[in-house]
Write a protein that binds this ligand. Structure first.
Ligand SMILES: C[S@@+](CC[C@H](N)C(=O)[O-])C[C@H]1O[C@@H](n2cnc3c(N)ncnc32)[C@H](O)[C@@H]1O
Length: 275
């Protein structure tokens, strides 16, 4: 599957995703991924950043409002950008949103113009990660960094891997299968936020094409683009998250479901790591 087609799935998801995340239904984003991401983010006050795969802009706004960065942001799905721009019009914080495919992001922005790039839970949703890493490398100033989160490839992304749940629907065990099987969108996951199903049992499930790569492939792709790996983080639910949603304790007791990398463009060109 190419990114045009996977982007169409995301365009179909965008309206419901925006509505329900804004109602607080994405508890894994709000109490696991985003706090973990910000806990390792370097000081970005006054720095110029780009958020790739920004969705309706929730985390981009946090980068501006909580961390003082100057942000641009892009997403492949026009409806996400519409929601982000509507918010910007109602409560302006100076974010420039564009519709753009992460794989062609270097066609939309000037090379060497960003101090840092973020991407929250986007890069496992597209087919050509090496193309994205190359494009982001070009956009960064020497010494700039890319920090991104993905579904944890060791536990979650393979279509057959899943949690075993008890009679109350609580996660008790993780079963990992087919870890080495690379997928390119031939498998499309259908799911919805648990809380949105409680609000509306007829809510249309999201459709998410799966592009699974083993961890070693992620590391090779990062190094092949010329980046240095600076930090890895496997976030767990915050204390507040566990109080509000006790189920999230499984992120402490069983395994992580997200993986965060921070990678840096060297200040001087170094030979790229090849196979
Ligand atoms: C799981 S959502 C995360 C959204 C947002 N970053 C957040 O954390 O709330 C994945 C996002 O990646 C976007 N996306 C998927 N493929 C993309 C591509 N090729 N280029 C840019 N964005 C893409 C989707 O439209 C969606 O907004």
């Amino acid at each position: 599957m190419d990114s045009k087609e996977s982007g169409r799935h995301w365009e179909n998801n965008a309206e419901n995703w925006s509505i329900y995340t804004r109602k607080g239904c994405d508890i894994h984003r709000d109490y696991v991924n985003t706090p973990g991401f910000f806990s390792i983010l370097p000081d970005v006050k006054g720095l110029v950043g780009l958020d790739v795969g920004c969705g309706e802009g929730h985390n981009t706004r946090l980068l501006v409002n909580d961390r003082g960065a100057k942000m641009s942001a892009c997403d492949i799905a026009p409806t996400f950008i519409k929601y982000a721009n509507d918010h910007e019009q109602q409560q302006p914080v100076g974010i420039d949103y564009q519709v753009a495919d992460a794989q062609q992001v270097d066609d939309h922005y000037t090379a060497g113009s960003f101090d840092f790039v973020t991407s929250f839970m986007c890069l496992m949703d597209l087919p050509d990660q090496p193309r994205v890493f190359d494009a982001v490398y070009k956009l960064l100033k020497p010494g700039g960094f890319l920090q991104f989160s993905i579904i944890h490839p060791c536990f979650m992304s393979s279509p057959k891997s899943h949690f075993i749940k008890d009679e109350n629907g609580l996660e008790v065990e993780m079963r990992v299968l087919d870890y080495f099987t690379v997928t390119n969108g031939e498998y499309v996951e259908r799911w919805s936020f648990g809380i949105s199903r409680k609000m509306d049992p007829n809510v249309e499930p999201f459709s998410v094409p799966v592009f699974h790569r083993p961890l070693s492939t992620w590391v090779s792709m990062i190094l092949s683009a010329g980046f240095i790996i600076e930090q890895m983080h496997e976030p767990k639910a915050t204390d507040e998250g566990i109080v509000k949603h006790p189920r999230l304790k499984y992120t402490h007791d069983i395994c992580p479901i997200f993986l965060i990398f921070r990678v840096r463009k060297p200040t001087t060109d170094v030979p790229k790591v090849t196979k």
